[in-house]
Design a protein around this ligand. Structure first.
Ligand code: SAH
Length: 227
């Protein structure tokens, strides 16, 4: 087992080589990724790869996203310390912890109870108390807690769900999500001003499918989505 000094060294190298050199500039995002222990969100058998430049399996056919994708999505969401955020697809909880570090309060929805429990325990152990993890179908958002300043979806949807757009704040609310079927999707940023929505295409990407009412159906094969 590597020491915490060794982990800190690997983390700082990850931030320099995988993030800064590829154009991530937001100091708050770089700072969060420099302090949060990504290896604590990775299952034992993959811990030695925790700071490598790739997604890793977390069980149940799901993955923890590649560090660059986490940084890219977070930077593009331009989080402010007062923001109320909805995340859909808690997974390992690593991205959730980054959001907790940068925003005021985070609601996160995960479909698989085992992953939701593990993520909640890990983030709690790190001392964050500004989050609420729900088990359920996040493709419908969390209407009781809306509106949200920011929404991040970390699994692919076949098309833009109107229910999520409707849960954005009318005052510049933003939603980031991957849209499209296997094998590759487009990461998009939706901005709401009053009842006007604008869409910006950001990056080609690969995510596991969002399974649910406004996602894919449960027979969709996750393995065909992630390389
Ligand atoms: N940000 C996470 C990504 C996990 S992969 C990380 O880096 O660890 C995407 C997650 O979305 C998986 O855990 C999967 O179970 C979850 N998911 C799929 N469909 C869902 C749905 N309808 N509602 C909530 N979570 C869903």
């Amino acid at each position: 087992m590597a020491s915490s000094r060794e982990h800190a060294r690997l983390r700082s190298r990850m931030v320099d080589e995988q993030l800064r050199k590829r154009g991530i500039q937001d100091r708050r995002v770089l700072g969060a990724m420099n302090v949060l222990p990504r290896h604590q969100f990775v299952p034992d058998e993959h811990k030695p790869q925790s700071y490598e430049d790739r997604p890793l399996p977390i069980g149940d056919g799901q993955t923890i996203s590649q560090p660059y994708i986490v940084a890219f999505m977070t930077e593009n969401l331009r989080l402010k310390p007062h923001h109320k955020v909805l995340e859909i697809g808690t997974g390992s909880g690593y991205q959730t912890a980054i959001l907790c570090h940068l925003a005021d309060y985070v609601y996160s929805v995960e479909r698989i109870p085992r992953l939701a429990d593990l993520a909640g325990a890990r983030i709690g152990d790190l001392g964050y108390r500004n989050l609420d993890i729900h088990v359920g179908d996040g493709s419908q958002g969390l209407p009781d807690q809306a509106p949200f300043d920011r929404i991040m979806v970390t699994a692919a949807v076949p098309r833009l769900p109107n229910v999520l757009c409707a849960q954005l704040s009318q005052f510049g609310g933003q939603l980031i999500l991957p849209i499209g079927a296997a094998p590759a999707q487009e990461l998009k940023l939706i901005t709401r001003t009053a009842d006007r929505f604008t869409t910006r295409n950001l990056l080609g990407c690969r995510f596991v499918p969002l399974i649910g009412r406004y996602g894919f159906d449960s027979k969709t094969d996750s393995t065909s989505f992630v390389s």
